[in-house]
Design a binder for this molecule. Structure first.
Ligand SMILES: [Zn+2]
Length: 408
């Protein structure tokens, strides 16, 4: 088992705590608590509950949405020491047991950095404790784990392997664009390369990448930040939301200088993203000459595999969708079971649209053709629309067809 390293947020108050603290530093208690937390984290638990009963401490962990009891025996005389050890770790006052408290500590386990938020509440038989586990995502999610269909993944990887150009990751707010963008960075950034990132929120830390963010009182604009970032001559540049002409131009200039430039941008679909960039005042020929790929996406609730209920995708549904589905096609309803806490859903699933430019499509962009003709041509060349990717995933029982239609 890997060694976990614990780091408490701040020292808990010293006064009167000496004796209690000694008990919490007892080797047995420390090991016990460390073991409980480490095992929970290794299993991907999002919560650890310590529930005091009259003569025991029950420990349960929430894994994939469901609470499960941990098979561990904490005798009555040890239960307060266990709670106190957690309170010390979390920087709480262990002399106070009759008031709710909250605290925080960090844990590194192998390469992962994990933040644990602790809440303690007095109850009849002692302090009930919940630890909420936040996995600080050092970006480890590769493009293979984004949930793309096989063909789409192959096209995306091929586009990323071009080595330079403008890569736009688009979607509405909250559609998981950062996750996709960072996965793409991980795919292209090699140890011998220089990678730089500039993003208002750094959600993921990428090993080997210099990451900056505009401060609230920065004396430079976001566009100036991008320009100075490009002066470092990175091989791979990642830029948080681009919203205006200067930012888009700085990004495109980078792409022309033979860099991989990945940008996040708000747009409803891929064709809409083309329009947005042109609306920002970028010359269509510059966009056409630099664009490598556009991806558009949504995040949907994933159906619980345990209890989803298939139903035939009948003629009426197909008519409503404006599609002819293969014989025997099925969609799925959520139901609810113990595994999904009766919600019918467990986890998330992304749906994607991938636009790969071609000579023809670039000609249409340069000639300022209508969005409709651009879209029709892209579909003719094999672009899987967001709707089609969603319906494919609905037929596989990953998402409901209603969620797909509501999201696009
Ligand atoms: Zn279920």
């Amino acid at each position: 088992m890997a060694k976990a390293q614990f780091e408490s947020a701040k020292k808990s108050r010293e006064a009167d705590a000496g004796k209690l603290r000694m008990a919490t530093e007892d080797k047995g208690i420390v090991q016990q608590v460390d073991k409980i937390i480490q095992e929970a984290v290794e299993q991907g638990a999002t919560e650890i509950h310590l529930e005091p009963l009259q003569d025991a401490l029950v420990i349960r962990t929430r894994i994939k949405g469901a609470l499960k009891a941990v098979d561990i025996d904490i005798p009555k005389d040890m239960k307060n020491n266990v709670i106190n050890r957690i309170k010390v770790l979390s920087g709480m006052d262990i002399t106070r047991t009759k008031v709710p408290q909250s605290g925080f500590f960090k844990l590194s386990l192998e390469e992962r950095k994990i933040e644990l938020y602790t809440y303690v509440m007095p109850t009849l038989h002692g302090e009930a404790t919940i630890i909420k586990v936040q996995y600080k995502q050092s970006a480890t999610l590769g493009v293979d784990q984004l949930g793309m269909t096989k063909n789409m993944l192959a096209s995306f990887k091929k586009a990323l392997s071009r080595g330079s150009g403008l890569y736009l990751v688009t979607g509405p707010p909250g559609s998981g664009k950062r996750t996709t963008a960072y996965a793409a960075v991980l795919e292209v950034l090699k140890p011998e390369m220089l990678g730089v990132g500039f993003d208002p929120v750094i959600k993921y830390e990428v090993p080997g990448m210099i990451q900056g963010k505009p401060e609230e009182k920065s004396e430079f604009t976001f566009a100036e930040g991008i320009q100075s970032l490009m002066k470092q001559e990175p091989d791979v540049a990642y830029i948080g939301d681009i919203t205006c002409n200067e930012e888009a131009r700085a990004a495109i200039q980078g792409a022309f200088a033979k860099r991989v430039v990945l940008c996040r941008m708000t747009a409803n679909d891929c064709i809409n993203a083309v329009q947005n960039i042109i609306d920002m005042g970028v010359q269509p020929f510059l966009l056409a000459a630099s664009l490598s790929v556009i991806i558009n996406q949504r995040i949907l609730r994933k159906l619980c595999k345990n209890c989803r209920q298939p139903y035939p995708a009948g003629q009426d549904i197909q008519k409503e969708l404006g599609l002819r589905l293969p014989e025997g096609a099925k969609f799925f309803h959520p139901k609810g079971c113990d595994a999904c806490e009766n919600t019918g859903f467990s986890g998330l699933c992304a749906i994607y649209e991938l636009y790969i430019p071609s000579e023809e499509l670039n000609k249409l962009i340069v000639s300022k053709a209508s969005l409709d003709s651009l879209r029709q041509r892209a579909v003719k060349e094999g672009m899987i629309s967001l709707k089609m990717d969603g319906i494919t995933k609905a037929m596989r029982g990953l998402v409901t067809v209603e969620d797909v239609l509501n999201s696009i």
